[in-house]
Design a protein around this ligand. Structure first.
Ligand SMILES: Nc1ncnc2c1ncn2[C@@H]1O[C@H](COP(=O)(O)OP(=O)(O)OP(=O)(O)O)[C@@H](O)[C@H]1O
Ligand SMILES: [Mg+2]
Length: 504
């Protein structure tokens, strides 16, 4: 039962590098300031600061110091603490367990089981509890999946005493994210298990597994993953990179999300601060090897654009610290999406001078911030484009994605707008100077020509060079990218933007 709605403070525990049990790092207090805003305070304990092995729990906001840190952002919950708490999925489970819908921020931290991402723990005693040793096993996956399904379908009673509700708490509710998941253990260690949802458009576990493989083929460091089949359903198991199995228990790496590194939040009004360009600047200040991680982040931005992973929000990036120093975590949660637009897709985070536009020219525009010269950055883009173009299909099929699902997600890969377009044009001839196979150009005729629709004055007419597998539906025969365009008058070449179109 949760009866601590009025509780306004807790202790923050941390598992130090190479240790398997926690020590008390400090105290967190939630109070109201004179204006009535919720104010969070965090202070490191004196004995913790005296411990020569003490480490900071957040490299941005909560560096080791005797000062009392204060924040009114995020309802007073410091980013590093918010990252250690449950997200949409975990909150749903905890609310069932508590038997009520609205809980205080501290309740979520205190009531979530100790399998959370990172090295932090929370409690009301000034000494931490013994570490949790019992986890669900991979052989329990069928039961866990059934529980997750029941929760998605809202078939679980709001009765905190019910056995199914008690069982839910073993699911691994502290992990963030919105998709149904659990934490399971096998002889190798701990894994995040991600389940299919009945309303998924394709077999998510297999597709995500394939994307992790494809990313590795592109030179990106990723979490290790495998598929387990339970009945007729697939479950994705992702090895936890923040836990390492030792004889005496699990060591834990500290972990903070890019939301925290950017000092931002999920709220819509905060989205303008979601930016890879700012993130890389912050990373360079925090991590041990700025060059390595800046290049790695650049590869991830390119990869996300090339597979239309448009859900690349800042919770889907993190920095971790196994020892004292921080580094970019392995990549995780890589999922393609297939919006209709072939011309413009936006990443969740700003990636260049043209904002969030998932386009090579845009991504290349800020190469220097990623500590790359123009040539190096172009080489990465070109290499990845070739790799993704040549192997995505093979990789998804080899990961057990069905032909039907592969066709459904086909439009995610190297979407036309991702590639730079360079060409010249006069009234009768359009010539692509540096169009590569796969390049799409949008030609808009100001006066309708031939069989184009006469009902609209401006007619969108995508064309492509040979060799492209996403051949557009209309009128390829008219233009192969090199020759004159028959019957064409008054041509405007443009790309659609959010506020009209941009002439090229
Ligand atoms: N291999 C891993 N090791 C440690 N922590 C992980 C790992 N994979 C994911 N996490 C943590 O768990 C959280 C949820 O995982 P993930 O992003 O894959 O779930 P999701 O439900 O698909 O998320 P979203 O809401 O973005 O769709 C991540 O934000 C990250 O903090
Ligand atoms: Mg996620």
């Amino acid at each position: 039962m949760i009866s601590r709605a009025s509780e306004s403070e807790c202790f923050v525990y941390v598992t130090l590098p190479e240790e398997v049990s926690a020590v008390t790092a400090g105290k967190f207090v939630l109070a109201k300031n004179a204006r009535g805003d919720t104010l969070g305070r965090f202070v490191y304990g004196r004995s913790y600061l005296e411990n020569p092995k003490a480490v900071e729990i957040d490299p941005v906001e909560l560096k080791l110091s005797t000062r009392t840190y204060e924040t009114t952002r995020l309802n007073g919950v410091f980013g590093a603490l918010r990252d250690a708490g449950p997200d949409y999925w975990g909150r749903l489970v905890i609310e069932k367990h508590a038997g009520k819908a609205q809980l205080g921020e501290l309740d979520y931290l205190l009531e979530s089981p100790d399998d959370r991402a990172g090295a932090l723990g929370f409690g009301l005693n000034n000494t931490p509890p013994a570490p949790r040793r019992k986890f669900n096993k991979t052989i329990d996956l069928a039961k866990l999946q059934a529980l997750a399904d029941a929760l998605v379908k809202d078939e679980i009673p709001d009765d905190p005493e019910a056995q199914r509700v008690q069982d839910l708490m073993l699911l691994g509710t502290s992990m963030g994210g919105a998709r149904p998941k659990a934490v399971v253990q096998d002889d190798d260690g701990l894994w995040v298990a991600k389940f299919n949802r009945p309303d998924d458009r394709w077999n998510n576990p297999r597709v995500e597994h394939a994307m992790l493989r494809l990313a590795r083929e592109c030179g990106i460091a990723t979490a290790e993953s495998r598929i387990e089949t339970v009945g007729d359903r697939d479950v994705l198991l992702i090895k936890r990179f923040d836990r390492e199995k030792r004889e005496k228990g699990y060591t834990r790496a500290r972990m903070v999300s890019a939301l925290t590194v950017l000092r931002t939040d999920d709220a819509p009004e905060m989205r303008q601060s979601w930016s890879y360009v700012i993130l890389v600047e912050e990373l360079r200040r925090i991590v041990e090897d700025a060059r390595r991680d800046a290049h790695e982040l650049f590869r991830r931005v390119c990869f996300n654009a090339l597979i239309s992973n448009l859900d690349d929000h800042p919770r889907n990036h993190a920095v971790i610290a196994k020892e004292k120093g921080w580094k970019l975590s392995p990549a995780y949660d890589l999922t393609p999406s297939v919006p209709i637009s072939l011309e413009r897709r936006d990443l969740a985070m700003e990636c260049g001078d043209m904002g969030r536009y998932a386009n090579a020219k845009n991504i290349l525009s800020q190469h220097a911030r990623f500590l790359l010269d123009r040539g190096e950055a172009e080489k990465i883009v070109n290499h990845m484009k070739e790799q993704v173009g040549a192997t995505w299909y093979e990789t998804v099929r080899a990961s057990g994605v069905s032909e039907k699902d592969a066709d459904t997600i086909r439009g995610a890969y190297i979407y036309p707008g991702v590639l730079p377009i360079v060409f010249s044009i006069d009234r009768r001839v359009a010539r692509v100077h540096r169009g590569e196979p796969g390049t799409h150009v949008l030609l808009r005729s100001l006066t309708p020509f031939d069989s184009c629709s006469h009902s609209r004055r401006v007619v969108g007419h995508p064309v492509s060079l040979p060799g492209n597998e996403h051949r557009p539906m209309a009128r390829r025969s008219r233009f192969d990218g090199h020759g004159p365009i028959a019957g064409l008058r008054d041509l405007l070449v443009a790309r659609e933007t959010s506020d009209g179109h941009e002439t090229l």
